[in-house]
Write a protein that binds this ligand. Structure first.
Ligand code: TRP
Ligand code: ZN
Length: 878
């Protein structure tokens, strides 16, 4: 039974932001001693406590604890007896406390049995910790909340060659009997969720970095023996991130060492523990033969993200977990800006917006919708969401847009000057931005509290006589759970006007003396706002939401305007977006035709638009050639028709592939790597455009296309080309598919990260037998329910395979729910995070609704269901 198991007859309590009270006790120093053993590790914690002057005088001391065996408890050297304390369900209570004392707590834990991967656990024979959000209570009794910040020393005793923790290391002493000890000292106060320990037989790749004020920093990437040759990109990304944060935000690293340790069993992507980041191997290990361009970009982004947390999260941390977006939204914004500076800014933005819509807009439209700052939760692990991370980043981005980049930088400086070494709130951050800019941001803060995606529509008119142009922007937001009535938000709309030739006009706005030659920001603040432009020579076409200046849905532009903007706008985002919206309108017409029993016919205008993309800049062209995905088309339908969407999209892809087969083939040949493999933005763009061509050629059904894909697969070389060829083949019912999948397995069965790709590709295949093959792959000897990466590769990928997951038989739903049921007892965090696809039931036909609800109910009926999964399933079924 998971440690947080609950009886399903008593629903778990909601924790509320409104109930926050300061901690009764503060802890200045924490001294930890670990005597490592897989079955029985002893932890001795010495805490120097004092009463918090901001808390009531007589409060008892409550320490959180979970899955711990208490061996000894002493206060100021005197052992406490069971008369002095109570062990309760959530931990340990000491009623009578002096104003200050030292507590010594000795506990025993069992890292080898820790399948939750929270606290101290064993992976591949090595020790790792994960303490965010509430894992430290699985190591020792402690006030496990981020507003208790302490200075830590950590002594590790073991036979392990490598023993790492936070801060700077001391010398290693030999204790005899193969055991050694080392003490790490972290001079910076931190909350316990940033504690980390890593020990084992790991090897390291080392490098160094000198901060701009001259501090030498030793850098280490620790991996399993044999993986040393896959660390170069991670190390390079780390050094680039360190320099970028100095250049762009003036933020320097603050310890003598910075270490990264990679682990293959990990619940999330990576963790920003002070001076010792712990990473999922997926976000560290790469060489061209094993990692795709997307993997390389993921590593760069995640390395940057965790490094940037050193200031946004660690030096200034969160007062409580309702402030999670204070560190996550801001740090995602920072990693997005960093990655934009490393390659093509507009292509990066397009990718980020795609991801935002696929994950966050969908979340915001469903039963799990919540504000960027939630008001309550049952299990905080469930709130590491697209809303907190990605919408949170958009909210930061809008603030930067509204107050301007220079003021945003001043706001950041002020935030650090005011709050270094403090645990603070989102309000504190916004206040710093307001004070540094002089712009009133009080109304803007609604973005943190109101869930749901605002929908904006525009109406415009032009008066030939006065040369005036009026643009009216209306906004509404649909109700979300617990928030039936929505208020208008402050929405920055970056825009420009184009004349009939597609030239950008200088705009003059009534009430604003300054004409603007480029993009201007309109602030929509009410249900309806009108803007009057003067001296407009001819009827303009508005270009709106440039660079996606706000996380809103903009609809209602005519297909003609969309095509015009796609061809002419100066803003690459609007060009891409308009092309996608136009394609979506064509595809939805085809869906309607299918539903009416007619043949879907691809509008020649779409083929023409695609043809005109082929000669554009490669990375952008690859983005623009990709038709809107099945799930994003589904988002535009009142009742999703997965089969009609799939048929329509396939028909359009076939029509484009056929009509353009000659230029696509010519472009494919032209883009072939001549000078070998490189990893720069131009080469990545070239590969992705070339692979987009290959995909259309196969869709077009030309007899040469499948052999061409097989030849690309067989040529080997880099993983991007091999895997794209494999993915394309896996969608075709042909002999080459079987051959390629088999060859790939034989080549890579010993490499877990690459084998994950083999599982994922099969789970994502559009072929009708996919549910069946996923069921079989769950019994494959290489499938492992203890490894989150493998579960995500097979089962979560399948959950994203719209047409097969939603098979009308219900087979997809039931194998998916089976996995949650099997996983919940051993890893409730990961099990809970898998529930959301089943929560989309309201959007489907009644037959599918019934099937999906039944699976949710089956999960809820599970005896001993975890609090995490209970929260997700109960909110999803409601
Ligand atoms: N703070 C981590 C980040 O950078 C997220 C994270 C890592 C996490 N491991 C976790 C969150 C375990 C919850 C549980 O975004
Ligand atoms: Zn983060």
């Amino acid at each position: 039974m998971p440690a947080d198991a609950i009886a399903t007859d008593v629903a778990p309590q909601e924790i509320r932001l409104a109930d926050y009270t300061p901690p009764p006790f503060l802890i200045d120093t924490v001294d930890l001693r670990f005597d490592l053993d897989e079955a029985a590790t002893t932890v001795v914690a010495s805490l120097s406590l004092r009463r918090n002057p901001a808390a009531p005088i007589d409060a008892a001391l409550h320490l959180d604890g979970e899955a711990l065996t208490l061996l000894r408890l002493a206060r100021d050297g005197t052992p406490l007896t069971e008369a002095d304390y109570h062990i309760v369900k959530s931990g340990l209570v000491i009623p009578d406390m002096p104003d200050a004392c030292t507590l010594q707590i000795e506990t025993r834990i069992a890292p080898a049995d820790n399948s939750e991967l929270s606290g101290l656990y064993v992976s591949g024979g090595n020790y790792f910790t994960q303490c965010e959000a509430q894992g430290f209570r699985r190591i020792t009794y402690f006030p496990d909340r981020p507003d208790v910040m302490s200075r830590y020393t950590t002594t590790i005793i073991s036979a392990c060659p490598v023993m790492l923790s936070n801060g700077n290391p001391g010398p290693i002493s030999d204790l005899g009997d193969h055991r050694r000890s080392v003490t790490w000292t972290d001079p910076h106060p931190k909350p316990c969720y940033l504690f980390a320990l890593v020990a084992g037989d790991l090897v390291s790749v080392k490098d160094h970095f000198t901060t701009r004020s001259g501090r030498p920093v030793e850098l280490g990437v620790y991996v399993r023996r044999g993986d040393e040759d896959r660390c170069a990109h991670a190390m390079h990304s780390l050094k680039t991130s360190m320099r970028w944060d100095e250049d762009v935000f003036g933020l320097e690293y603050d310890l003598d060492v910075f270490n990264i340790a990679a682990v293959s069993d990990f619940n999330m992507g990576a963790m920003e523990n002070k001076g010792l980041n712990v990473f999922n191997t997926k976000y560290v290990l790469a060489r061209p033969e094993t990692a795709t361009d997307t993997d390389y970009q993921g590593i760069e982004t995640v390395i940057a993200h965790e490094y940037f947390h050193n200031w946004t999260g660690n030096r200034v941390t969160c007062r409580d977990w309702f402030q999670l977006s204070l560190k996550e939204g801001l740090t995602v914004y920072r990693d997005q800006e960093f990655s934009a500076d490393q390659g093509s800014r507009s292509v990066k933005r397009i990718g980020d917006v795609r991801g935002l819509r696929a994950a966050q807009f969908r979340e915001d439209a469903g039963p799990l919708a919540h504000p960027v700052q939630p008001a309550s939760y049952m299990a905080i692990d469930n709130f590491y969401t697209a809303t907190v991370y990605n919408k949170g980043a958009e909210v930061i981005r809008m603030m930067a847009t509204i107050i301007g980049r220079p003021a945003f930088r001043r706001g950041m400086d002020l935030y650090f000057a005011r709050h270094d070494n403090q645990a603070v709130t989102i309000d504190d951050f916004v206040q710093a931005m307001q004070d540094a800019s002089g712009v009133d941001l009080q109304d803007f803060k609604l973005w943190y509290h109101q869930a749901g995606t605002p929908e904006i529509s525009v109406e415009d008119s032009y008066d030939t006589a006065t040369k005036r142009y009026t643009l009216t922007i209306r906004q509404t937001t649909k109700p979300t759970p617990g928030q039936p009535d929505k208020s208008p938000q402050v929405i920055p709309v970056a825009m420009g006007l184009l004349d009939g030739n597609g030239q950008q006009l200088t705009t003059s706005l009534q009430g604003d003396p300054e004409p603007v030659a480029g993009t201007r920001i309109l602030l929509a603040t009410q249900t309806e706002n009108s803007f009057e432009f003067t001296d407009v020579a001819s009827p303009p076409v508005p270009s709106l939401l440039r660079d996606f200046s706000a996380p809103v849905k903009l609809s209602g532009l005519t297909p003609d305007r969309l095509r015009f903007l796609a061809a002419h706008d100066s803003d690459p985002f609007v060009r891409w977006e308009s092309g996608q919206q136009f394609a979506a309108s064509v595809l939805l017409d085809m869906v309607a035709a299918i539903q009416a029993g007619r043949e879907p016919v691809t509008d020649p205008a779409l083929i023409e638009a695609m043809a005109s993309i082929l000669d554009q800049e490669a990375a952008f062209a690859a983005e623009a050639l990709a038709l809107p995905g099945e799930a994003s088309l589904a988002d535009k339908m009142a009742i999703v028709d997965v089969d009609a969407i799939h048929t329509a999209r396939d028909a359009a892809r076939a029509a484009i592939g056929q009509a353009l087969s000659r230029p696509l083939r010519a472009l494919y040949d032209k883009l072939t790597d001549s000078g070998g493999y490189t990893m720069d933005g131009a080469a990545i763009g070239r590969r992705s455009l070339r692979n987009a061509c290959l995909s259309y050629l196969v869709a077009g059904g030309d007899a040469q296309a499948v052999p061409l894909a097989k030849a690309q697969f067989d040529a080997g070389g880099n993983m991007t080309d091999v895997l794209t060829a494999l993915a394309i083949l896996s969608g075709e019912d042909c002999l080459q598919r079987v051959q390629a999948l088999d060859a790939f397995y034989q080549a890579w069965r010993g490499d877990p990260l690459v084998l994950d790709k083999w599982f994922a590709i099969q789970a994502l295949s559009p072929l009708p037998a996919t549910a069946q093959s996923v069921q079989e792959l769950k019994n494959h000897p290489d499938f492992d329910l203890r490894n989150p990466n493998r579960i995500r590769a097979l089962v979560s990928s399948f959950g994203a395979n719209q047409v097969r997951f939603h098979d009308r038989s219900g087979a997809g739903y039931s194998l998916y729910a089976d996995t949650i049921v099997q996983l919940d007892p051993t890893n409730s965090q990961v099990a809970a995070r898998m529930v959301s696809p089943l929560g989309q039931w309201r959007r489907f036909d009644t037959a599918r609704q019934t099937l999906m609800q039944a699976e949710l109910q089956r999960i809820l009926d599970l005896p001993g269901l975890s609090r995490n999964t209970f929260e997700m399933a109960s909110k999803s079924i409601a």
